[in-house]
Design a protein around this ligand. Structure first.
Ligand code: AMP
Length: 189
């Protein structure tokens, strides 16, 4: 099994690259943000619980997010592996993911971090807001909070995966194709 964590701040291009990695390596793409948004649309209890956090650019509590992620993984027993996009976002999520994967006899293969400077992130998110239909991409204050939350709670995961020798950085600037080529090169090593 090949299990990849696609890591990076909001607007780094994780969703775009995850789709391409999924097709190339035959993996199941799990985006926690997409799953939350689907649940909000369907007005499920999970969606209702998550909405107030997402609207402010805050993280959905770990307990809720971890439970959801584990049930998504379990619902794909046929999968050759997973690409985790937007998860983990806290140390607690990362260690829960390690423990869970261990319990089903697998583990994270690599964490690929997309490196993009903050100024470029804000530009990309505001541009995406015009067509994504995402309220959290339209408001400069919410975007700033998402980046702040990333720096405060998520960026430390680089160290977490570094200690496991699984952290690989990729330059996230340039054309989408160029970035995909860099990511594939890292994954094929
Ligand atoms: P994303 O689509 O990855 O940008 O996520 C959109 C929003 O969903 C985030 O700002 C969080 O509010 C929530 N979210 C997504 N993934 C997670 C996660 N792993 N932990 C907590 N909240 C999350």
């Amino acid at each position: 099994m090949m299990n990849i964590v696609l890591f990076g701040p909001p607007g780094a291009g994780k969703g775009t690259q995850a789709e391409r990695i999924m097709n190339q390596f035959n993996l199941t793409h799990l985006s926690t943000g997409d799953i939350f948004r689907e649940n909000i649309k369907k007005e499920t209890s999970l969606g209702i619980a998550a909405k107030s956090f997402i609207d402010k650019g805050e993280l959905v509590p770990d307990e809720v997010t971890i439970k959801m992620l584990e049930s998504e993984v379990k619902s794909h027993p046929e999968s050759d592996g997973f690409i985790f996009d937007g998860f983990p976002r806290t140390v607690q999520q990362a260690s829960a993911l390690d423990a869970f994967l261990n319990s089903i006899d697998t583990s994270i293969t690599k964490m690929i971090a997309l490196d993009v400077p903050e100024k470029e992130l804000i530009k990309r998110l505001l541009a995406r807001g015009k067509y994504s239909g995402r309220a959290d991409d339209l408001d400069a204050n919410i975007i700033a909070n998402r980046i702040h939350v990333y720096l405060e709670k998520t960026a430390v995961l680089a160290d977490y995966y570094n200690k496991q020798k699984k952290h690989f950085s990729v330059n996230g600037l340039g054309s989408i194709d160029d970035i995909t080529n860099r990511v594939f090169k890292e994954l094929e090593k």
